[in-house]
Design a protein around this ligand. Structure first.
Ligand code: SF4
Length: 144
């Protein structure tokens, strides 16, 4: 896996209890489990917080897309603290600003608007994944 130059790691914030954080997670699942199963790898933020060595290694060796639910940008910060290269920082708030009609609500279960926003985000990230991987490689520099 570590020799696959096109693998992009996706780290959503944990955002439990906040609709925007839930959108971040749903977008990451849609991207990694439905749209781009072959060239993405989801890593849970909790694993990085706990210092899980396998999670830290994969984050350190591949470009990372972070998806954060608010301005605290927990996923982006944690990836950097774990030695990773953030190739792209995605913020749910930015996506919402572009799709004001899709206001996410609900926590355990997102409303339809929130689910749609998550899908749109996943599609947009999927569409630019190749460029993201390249820019991450250029910035990270030292993978091989
Ligand atoms: S970025 Fe915001 S919503 Fe996400 S885990 Fe951090 S504080 Fe929570």
């Amino acid at each position: 896996m570590s020799n696959d130059k096109h693998l992009v790691v996706v780290v959503p914030c944990s955002g439990i209890g906040k609709p925007f954080g839930t959108v971040a997670r749903e977008a990451a699942y849609e991207l990694c489990e439905n749209l781009r199963t072959g060239d993405t790898q989801l890593v849970a933020l909790a694993k990085l917080v706990l210092g899980d060595s396998a999670a830290r290694e994969i984050v350190a060796q591949n470009p990372v897309v972070t998806i954060d639910g608010c301005k605290h940008m927990c996923a982006a910060k944690m990836v950097r603290e774990s030695g990773g290269t953030v190739a792209r920082e995605v913020a749910v708030l930015d996506a919402f600003r572009q799709h004001k009609e899709l206001k996410p609500e609900g926590i355990a279960e997102l409303n339809e608007a929130g689910q749609k926003l998550a899908r749109l985000m996943a599609e947009e990230i999927a569409g630019t994944l190749a460029e993201t991987a390249k820019s991450g490689m250029a910035r990270g520099g030292s993978h091989d």
